[in-house]
Design a binder for this molecule. Structure first.
Ligand SMILES: O=c1ccn([C@@H]2O[C@H](COP(=O)(O)O)[C@@H](O)[C@H]2O)c(=O)[nH]1
Length: 234
């Protein structure tokens, strides 16, 4: 499905104002993008905000990156499934058992959300990883955690597009790669470290591109989305 999925862009709705976010969303079509709700909007506006987006017909990625004991995470992903989200995530560093329990918790749902695991945040480079006591390169650590996520039966991982090619080779075409750290040519990089342009990310094997500020902070966010869709579907 992923290679022919024309809705590859997941817009990161990182707003502190619910109405501003909804005003933007109402200019979008569920046919041309999906939406991501992360910690900021969820903490301000809660499950009701997510529900509104689902009711508007959008596929919603609930990006809360659960990282806790297996029982707690299993219950949290269940709550996400009850909201009707399309995708939800956990931290792979929560461990094999935690990921397995989360997957098991979703088994009872006919339309279960895709369950993916965060590997190494795209804001981290080699130096930051070393400061955590990890003696691998980001590429090696991403692959290590992605293999663990696959062993746990998850549907894919969050990684940077820089790791996409090797992960597709190692883990197969069906294992979904969700890649933040996407920056069109000339866009402000901000706090992201492992970045790639939309076109190159798709060529490298990204299934879904998470894009926030290059769209939401653009002078015309709708036009910015259209330009990215044109670039990656050309
Ligand atoms: O490794 C990760 C995991 C999640 N994110 C999230 O993606 C968006 C990126 O937003 P930009 O404005 O395009 O940088 C944001 O919501 C992060 O929480 C990530 O960047 N990296």
């Amino acid at each position: 499905m992923s290679q022919h999925d024309s809705k590859k862009v997941l817009i990161a709705l990182d707003y502190d104002n619910e109405q501003a976010a909804l005003d933007f969303v109402k200019q979008l079509s569920p046919q041309t993008c999906r939406l991501k709700v992360g910690k900021e909007m969820f903490t301000y506006f809660g499950p009701q905000f997510v529900k509104q987006l689902v009711d508007l017909g959008f596929d919603v990625f609930l990006d809360l990156k659960f990282h806790d004991i297996p029982n707690t995470v299993a219950k949290a992903v269940t709550a996400a499934a009850e909201l009707g989200v399309w995708m939800v995530n956990v931290h792979a560093s929560g461990g094999l058992e935690m990921m397995q329990k989360a997957k098991e918790a979703l088994a009872k749902y006919e339309n279960a959300p895709l369950l993916i695991a965060v590997t190494v945040l795209t804001s981290m480079d080699q130096a930051q990883l070393s400061r955590l006591g990890v003696d691998k390169t980001p590429q090696e650590q991403v692959l290590y955690l992605a293999k663990l996520a696959q062993e746990a039966g998850l549907d894919g991982v969050v990684c940077s597009a820089q790791e996409a090619e090797s992960l597709k080779t190692e883990l197969g075409a069906d294992f979904k790669l969700v890649t933040p750290g996407i920056r069109p040519v000339g866009a402000d990089v901000g706090d992201q470290k492992r970045i790639m342009t939309p076109k190159k990310a798709v060529e490298a094997g990204s299934d879904y591109l998470v894009i926030g500020r290059p769209i939401t902070k653009a002078e015309d966010p709708v036009k910015a989305l259209e330009a990215i869709n044109l670039e990656i579907n050309a």
